[in-house]
Design a protein around this ligand. Sequence first.
Ligand code: SAH
Ligand code: SF4
Ligand code: F3S
Length: 445
Amino acid sequence: MPAQPKPGRYHVKSFGCQMNVYDSERMGDVLAAQGMTEVDTPEAADVVVLNTCHIRERAAEKLYSDIGRLRRPRADGSRPTIVAAGCVAQAEGPEIAARAPDVDVIVGPLAYHRLPQLLQRARTGRVIDIDMPPVPKFDALPARRTGQASAFLTVQEGCDKFCTFCVVPYTRGPETSRPAADLVGEACALVARGVREITLLGQNVNAYAGGLSLSGLIRELAQIDGLARIRYTTSHPRDMEGSGGDDLIAAHAQVPKLMPYMHLPVQSGSSRILKAMNRAHTRASYLATLARVRAARSDIALSGDFIVGFPGETEADFQETLSIVHDVQYAAAFSFKYSVRPGTPAAQMPDQVPEAIKDERLARLQAAITAGSLAFNQASVGRRCTVLLERPGRKPGQLIGKTPWLQSAVLAVPGAAIGDLVEVEIVSAMPNSVEAVPFTQSQVA
Ligand code: SAH
Ligand code: SF4
Ligand code: F3S
């Protein structure tokens, strides 16, 4: 029996990357434009959207366990309309339909602007929409509602790079860029709602080509009064190499609103493994890019992603990954065990690394990364900078914000409000955060 939704309250749960966070918010915009109200828990919702990620297997498993919980009838006998969205929906739509017959709507990341029609059709039976429509969803989305201090803005979607381990080219389709004029419009609307910082998002954001290059777009957005900070993520090393990255790197020296932070995933320190990954950069070319970046902006905070246990990775290859972490001194980094993704070339490669070795390498890598983050944070003690206040802290009077280098800063600023930019001095460091005091206060102390 298909559900008969009372189309009143919705809840969107996000798994996966920042682009999914953006998409979740936009699905909320779509549902709110239909007169629906957002609620904080799936239990209180009539429509629950599970916005999934396919990058590693755990998120798919979480989808199935969430569906299992949601389909149990509630005290009043009702159950919510269940929407499976995102990259698992795109990659495994028919499997979800077979394995979880209670799902009402299966919608891919490029088709969610059609949610109202899909929910309507779901009243008479399950619907699947995993098209990659030629008309971009962005043109069909309603105005944004967010008024947070810091907001995401997707500028580029999809990927043409086909790293041998990765599903994104299959779940998000080919690289496409939104027109710069649309993005300036969306950014102005965000700033009018009180947003002070915008993070430009793309799977390969530095491949952005929407009439302007990424640096051109950043320079354009920097003209918006009231917008204080601009960030972007994720950049691909290949698009940063040679003259391609010159203007973006120069922008870090020239545009004060562009924050000194760059996420540039290397994945492995071994050029042999990078070749097998089809990354199209080598250890040496990556390090040469970082040298150019640091020459332009010496205080830049660098971050990256790493995969351990890619097929064929030896202890010697892994040592090269450890040494790159040591040499680069990342401010932060994300590390993952290689996960076999069905349909990708690496899934067929010989010499898959045993799980126990992956676990052990991951632990060693994470220890090196944590030590690097702590060293970065410790080196920032005594620095004066601005912090953008984003949310209340755990203790009364405490606020949490971000430094220019994307460190989480914990501080107390009497009279300050979320969204304020305050001048601070960093006074102490932990691996994942720093403590700061308002600048004037530290002068007195
Ligand atoms: N486009 C970005 C990465 C997007 S995916 C880039 O190329 O840099 C985010 C991260 O997930 C990747 O950087 C990688 O470290 C990790 N990842 C992707 N596929 C994976 C897999 N099959 N197993 C483990 N980690 C993976
Ligand atoms: Fe995946 Fe590689 Fe594309 Fe990044 S560049 S999204 S890792 S295929
Ligand atoms: Fe996951 Fe899709 Fe993002 S697979 S990482 S949600 S692009």
